[in-house]
Design a protein around this ligand. Sequence first.
Ligand code: MN
Length: 132
Amino acid sequence: MRVVTHDDMQTRRGPAEWFTGTVWMDASPAGPTPDASVFRVFFEPGARTNWHTHPEGQVLFIVSGVCRVGNEGEPPVDVKAGGIVYFAPDERHWHGANPDSYMVHAAVSPAASTTGGTDWLEPVTDEQYAGA
Ligand code: MN
């Protein structure tokens, strides 16, 4: 068993090359195998990730607010707190707050031992975010 406490987490602002809008994230330190990166992420209303993929997939647990999530070729959907979103490996997607609410999610990604981490792509346009 390994316990990571709040004091072990580092809070930092989400970098502008990965996000649109104001985002804060707490990241777990790397641990022994089997490992997973665990992030608690706060998005202000309208804030969202860039398009990206995860080599070993990702699970989001929506803790607070309303998450807006988009997947390539599909209109975005809103998922309220308590909901869970799964992404398959290399599925091209984005996630953030909806326009009317901030949002906090836990993001769990299995350790990518050989293929590297998240592949960050271009920003989500306002039209894509709106589902226009
Ligand atoms: Mn993701």
